[in-house]
Design a binder for this molecule. Sequence first.
Ligand SMILES: CCCCCCCCCC/C=C\CC(=O)SCCNC(=O)CCNC(=O)[C@H](O)C(C)(C)COP(=O)(O)OP(=O)(O)OC[C@H]1O[C@@H](n2cnc3c(N)ncnc32)[C@H](O)[C@@H]1OP(=O)(O)O
Length: 291
Amino acid sequence: MMILSRLLGCQEQLGFLHQSKEELTDSHPVVCNRNILVELEEGVGVAVMKMKSPPVNSLSLDFLTEFSISLEKLENDRGCRGVILTSAVPKIFSAGLDIKEMCGKSAEHYAEFWRAVQEMWLKLYKSNMVTIAAINGNCPAGGCLMAVSCDYRIMAENPKYSIGLNETQLGIVAPFWFKDTIANTIGHRATERSLQLGLLYSASDALKIGIVDELVPEEKVLNAAAATMSQWLAIPDYARQISKSMMRKPTLDRLLTHRESDIQNFVSFVTKDSIQKSLQTYMESLKQRKG
Ligand SMILES: CCCCCCCCCC/C=C\CC(=O)SCCNC(=O)CCNC(=O)[C@H](O)C(C)(C)COP(=O)(O)OP(=O)(O)OC[C@H]1O[C@@H](n2cnc3c(N)ncnc32)[C@H](O)[C@@H]1OP(=O)(O)O
């Protein structure tokens, strides 16, 4: 019930009611949401989802709810066959889960938050559409999860950008389905090293290890994503979708089977004093780094 009312509440915030005439054209209907801009190029059947939640596109409960609703709308739109996920915030793809959602809140809040994280991943990983991440900035932790849940990743070849699952550096543990998703991308051994050490890879190392599929100059990331999209869309949908599902279903089913216990694990983990302390220390270190 709480989730339903949040979804309904968010749908109003989503701004479907606030589209101006300039934002709606025949060829490029744009939905300006609070955190995500969705532009559907109808003739081509491709939507661009631009995350625009400054300063760092952190994945708050509101953001995640909006993301899942937006993706579901595209999924149900027969005119949309592919999605390019990118960022409208300079230098940042996404800073991952919003740490503020995991600090000093109630157990009920943590459960609701974690369900929204699961939902985002389930929707993205099982999408029937072709999903391409156009990674135009830093991409740690939950941001990396979003990227590796797509079918293909193109990253800006900027030595300042990094990508990876750095959870252990915060004193927290990537759950089994984060681990499964990255292992499905880079293999068991590389995942073991990557997760234990909480490695963040530079763009060039990310290409070497296979977290990303292609590097291009920053200004070409979106064009490269569009070019790759047209190659993938040349394959008949039905055959491609069944192949995707064959590869991903066991991983999806594992979370679906253990969804409630995964939420309980998260809540009991994140409510530990030691974990709260680690997260608070990490947030403070982010602030100090600035100064
Ligand atoms: C037994 C098993 C049980 C399983 C239990 C599960 C356990 C939980 C698993 C959780 C899984 C995933 C975790 C995550 O995704 S945690 C998030 C990890 N993210 C990071 O480590 C990235 C942190 N951020 C950065 O490194 C940098 O901000 C940046 C992205 C490189 C950008 O650098 P910048 O210099 O451009 O910006 P900066 O000044 O650092 O930040 C601007 C403001 O944004 C705040 N901020 C940054 N990141 C986050 C975040 N993730 N959440 C919330 N807020 C964030 C930062 O503090 C600045 O705020 P302010 O301006 O100072 O107020």
